[in-house]
Ligand binder design. Structure first.
Ligand code: NOJ
Length: 562
């Protein structure tokens, strides 16, 4: 408590509104993910930086986001562009200084925007002093900070575990004459979370950043924190992976029950800082597994990411109905966090688009992201319509997995191209430096400056939706109720508050015009008309709920009039 009071005092002096009046702000939040390397470059080195984020805070405020999650900016050899951390309590000079970070937090808080750090607990860089010490001998004080094992009788890796980034997850280390385990690149050795000293070190790091005024963390690779201590082989299944290895199900390397012990401990740490949030990178097979991440007593993650809804990857009404329903009914009343895009997956428009109606489909996806009862994650450039720009030649690939797995795995460069600010040189990403990745080809028209002037742009569609979601009581607090069970062409749902007031959302999932007939009575809602709040195509001010005309892939949001 003393610590909390001290940080409160510190923050009242330095970070004006870090401590939100509403400790549950995250339940309805729109959080914007920034890949700092690609956002804005202020020192002409072709790499984005923290000052670049600070420079564009007004844009983010105008967009209406509540918080920004910044992917790792700590000192790092940058093998995995920051997800290989060599010092958890400093800033990589590529991205700026600690003073720049403090300024960013203060300026963001002035605008009511919270800063969420990315925290990589599963692994460090192989150049982190902890690992350098750990690998130096079997007797050093940090000998047990990582996952070390002898080889098998023939000196081969101890079992068949595979790295998510290709080939064996075991790497030989000559000084110890042992293998170490790495779920990701070999330069990212896994920490041993069975060792209490490792846990304590991580929690100290978490407190360090909370004391600096951050509002929480996006926790990397949550399911990977523990591995089977008996080192059982993972089961094989048919086929090979992108790296040419036999497919393995990650039964003994992912999502072990011990993960929850760490999440509970972490939650206790963040509870010392009311209003802070733990977001989890939680790729899980289904909603039942996702539900466990909140904790039986709501004492683990506040917002484990729901990777079910946004990654259906086809516009199928039954699939969306099922996944949205599960998010509403299977998560024990906890808040889902929906996302369609991030820095690890080709952009949603390239997963859901049909080529002919991409502009309409982007608006449709934006509406699904921002109108259910959920928190929402946006990825930089999603609001503009940036597309994936996958390299066509292996020589051009920067992301190592693209080189290891070429051509089946082309890496993640395509979704990490520079933010498109305007139609100047390099899309206004920086000054004179050549951006670390090529700018997307559509930047002349798809950019923040051009779109902010066009009332019909995608950017303005996002802004309107975000504003509406904050201002409209039903969209803020209403229960989520699916409507029109039988339709395979139109997805429709209601947001209904206790006073019976409702908002209706109708989404045409087809390339032809559709007419939606919303059945309110069976959902206990009264009304025959709706006043249009937002629609993705030009239309009318009011509609008859028995007859909502929807343009191809059109999205309609209206206030039901009793
Ligand atoms: C998930 C991150 O999102 C990804 O970019 C990274 O490569 C891996 N975790 C390893 O840290």
């Amino acid at each position: 408590m003393a610590k909390f009071l001290a940080s409160l005092l510190f923050c009242s002096l330095t970070c004006s509104s870090a401590w939100s009046a509403d400790p549950d702000w995250w339940r309805t939040a729109v959080i914007y993910e920034i890949y700092p390397r690609s956002f804005a470059d202020t020192n002409n080195d072709g790499i984005g930086d923290l000052n670049g984020i600070t420079e564009h805070l007004d844009y983010l405020k105008d967009l209406g986001v509540d918080g920004i999650w910044i992917t790792p900016f700590y000192p790092s050899p940058q093998v995995d562009f920051g997800y290989d951390i060599s010092d958890y309590k400093a800033i990589d000079p590529q991205y700026g200084t600690m003073a720049d970070f403090d300024r960013l937090v203060a300026e963001a808080n002035k605008r009511g925007i919270k800063i969420i750090n990315d925290m990589v607990m599963n692994h460090t860089s192989d150049l982190h002093p902890w690992f350098i010490e750990s690998k130096s001998s079997r007797k050093n004080p940090k000998a047990d900070w990582y996952i070390w094992q002898n080889g098998d009788a023939k000196g081969h890796p101890p079992n068949n575990w595979q790295s998510i980034f290709g080939h064996s997850a075991w790497q030989w280390s000559e000084p110890r004459k042992q293998y170490y385990y790495h779920a990701f690149y070999r330069e990212q050795p896994d920490l041993n979370f069975r060792n209490p000293a490792v846990r304590k070190a991580m929690y100290d790091i978490i407190r360090f950043w909370l004391d600096k005024g951050v509002a929480g963390f996006r926790l990397d690779a949550v399911p990977s924190l523990f591995e089977d201590p008996q080192l059982k082989d993972n089961p094989y299944f048919d086929g090979t992976d992108a790296y040419g290895e036999r497919n393995v199900a990650r039964a003994y390397t992912d999502n072990l029950p011990e993960v929850h012990d760490v999440l509970r401990e972490l939650r206790r740490v963040t509870n010392e800082y009311p209003g802070s949030v733990l977001i989890g990178e939680t790729y899980l097979p289904n909603a039942i597994e996702l539900a466990k991440m909140y904790g039986k007593n709501r004492d683990e993650l506040h917002l484990p990411m729901d990777m079910q809804v946004g990654f259906i990857n086809k516009l199928s009404v039954p699939d969306f109905r099922q996944k949205l329903l599960e998010a509403e009914t299977e998560l024990n009343g906890n808040t889902p966090l929906f996302a369609f895009d991030n820095h690890d997956n080709i952009r949603a428009v390239d997963r859901y688009g049909d080529g002919a109606h991409n502009a309409e489909i982007q608006r449709l996806l934006a509406t699904i992201l921002l109108t259910p009862k959920s928190a929402a994650l946006l990825y930089y450039g999603e609001e503009l319509g940036m597309v994936t720009n996958t390299p066509t030649k292996v020589e051009d690939v920067r992301d190592p997995i693209g080189r290891i797995g070429w051509p089946r795995e082309k890496g993640r460069d395509g979704e990490r191209t520079p933010m498109q600010w305007n139609n100047d040189t390099n899309a206004g990403f920086g000054g004179t430096g050549t951006p670390w990745l090529p700018v997307g080809e559509n930047y002349k028209t798809v950019n923040a400056a051009t779109e902010s002037k066009d009332p019909d742009s995608l950017l303005n569609y996002y802004k309107k939706l975000i504003k509406l979601r904050k201002e409209n009581e039903q969209l803020r607090e209403g229960d989520f109720i699916l409507a029109n069970d039988a339709s395979t062409r139109v997805l429709s749902y209601l947001r209904v508050t206790k006073n019976g007031h409702a908002v209706v959302v109708a989404l045409n999932f087809t390339a032809t015009p559709q007419v939606a007939n919303i059945d309110l009575a069976s959902r206990g809602v009264k009304g025959r008309h709706a006043k249009t709040l937002i629609e993705s195509f030009s239309g009318v001010d009011t509609v008859d709920l028995g007859h909502i005309a929807l343009a191809p892939f059109g999205a309609y949001v209206g206030q039901v009039e009793p």
